[in-house]
Design a protein around this ligand. Structure first.
Ligand code: ATP
Length: 305
């Protein structure tokens, strides 16, 4: 058995509509996912017992100290689930090389879970389970199926019922990372709290046709105007400094800006690769981010390299 390496992208939510809190504690979502060119790599190596190692990709400056190395690692949880379904021992060493910010709202953990599913399915020659990977992934987390699919897609339900969205051309992005993560459950709880305190009724479901049209036409200006994130007020409430970052991006000419998912990473849409380079340099110079990275989208989902 030879090691298998899978490359998997980060995501940005172009629209994250959060419905009212359901009785089961979840929210209905209307979630437009877009895969961007920040990649983690997961290598599955045959071993005598399960284990995980994590390192930052060269030049990526990802803070990896909060990534668990035990059974709590989402990649290892995915490998164990697959082993159980395939009827094999989960004897694999997972080597994770991260370029996706940790707890940054770009679904890095979910991406690693998706990569581990594909890498282990290939390592263990569990070809019959390949079509079932999205369903297995959804058991690990609602962002995992999209990391397998990639490109652009709309997710309904908890975000896991996916339909691909037609996209033309390439969109150029700048991402600003922030010190420390934001816990996704804490951001949802703050969203509920703010809505309750303001007596807000959530209009549901939200329209997304302008966004879908902009993607299909490859129209960055229209896409910039249509970006929307219902979790943004909650992320800003928990991390007020993000407002300065968003304001700086707008003042520096971004076509659109928003908090990525539950944050604290912020995303800025540029007009072209050159515009993105200028915007990234200006944002870095403004001192409103820990780190500024450029990426483009859409890109394919988890792929064996
Ligand atoms: P999302 O956008 O899906 O809400 P996120 O990008 O904000 O997620 P992740 O990077 O996925 O956040 O990590 C969230 C937490 O999950 C981390 O703080 C970490 O403790 C845990 N975790 C488990 N496995 C991993 C992994 N392979 N990579 C990163 N974090 C992991």
């Amino acid at each position: 058995m030879k090691p298998v390496t899978v490359r998997v992208p980060a995501k940005v939510n172009l629209q994250l509509g959060v419905g009212p809190l359901r009785d089961d504690g979840y929210h209905d979502l209307v979630n437009v996912f877009h895969a961007v060119s920040l990649f983690d790599e997961v290598t599955a190596v045959p071993a005598d017992a399960p284990s995980v190692t994590v390192e930052a990709a060269p030049d990526a400056q990802v803070a990896i100290q909060n990534v668990p190395l035990d059974g709590g690692n989402l990649a290892m949880r995915a490998a164990r689930l697959l082993a159980e379904r395939a009827g094999v021992e989960p004897n694999v060493e997972l080597r994770i090389r991260k370029a996706i910010p940790v707890a940054g709202g770009m679904a890095g953990g979910s991406a690693d879970a998706a990569a581990a599913l594909l890498a282990c399915a290939r390592l263990w020659k569990a070809d019959l389970l390949l079509p079932a990977l999205p369903e297995l992934g959804a058991e690990i987390g609602s962002d995992v199926p999209f990391a397998l699919l990639g490109e652009s897609a709309i997710g309904l339900g908890r975000g896991e019922r996916l339909t691909p969205l037609e996209t033309s051309g390439t969109f150029h992005w700048v991402f600003a990372t922030a010190d420390g993560g934001l816990s996704t459950p804490a951001v949802y709880a703050e969203c509920d709290r703010l809505r309750e305190a303001r007596g807000e009724r959530v209009p549901w479901p939200p329209a997304y046709d302008e966004l879908a049209k902009a993607l299909a036409a490859g129209d960055a200006r229209a896409l910039g105007a249509a970006l929307a994130n219902d979790l943004q007020p909650a992320a800003l409430s928990l991390r007020p400094s993000l407002r300065r970052t968003l304001d700086a991006g707008r003042e520096l000419g971004a076509l659109g800006s928003l908090v990525s998912g539950s944050g604290p990473t912020t995303a800025f849409l540029a007009e072209s690769a050159e515009h993105a380079a200028g915007l990234a340099a200006a944002l870095a110079g403004a001192g409103v981010a820990k780190q500024v990275v450029r990426a483009y989208g859409p890109v394919p989902g988890a792929t064996v390299v």
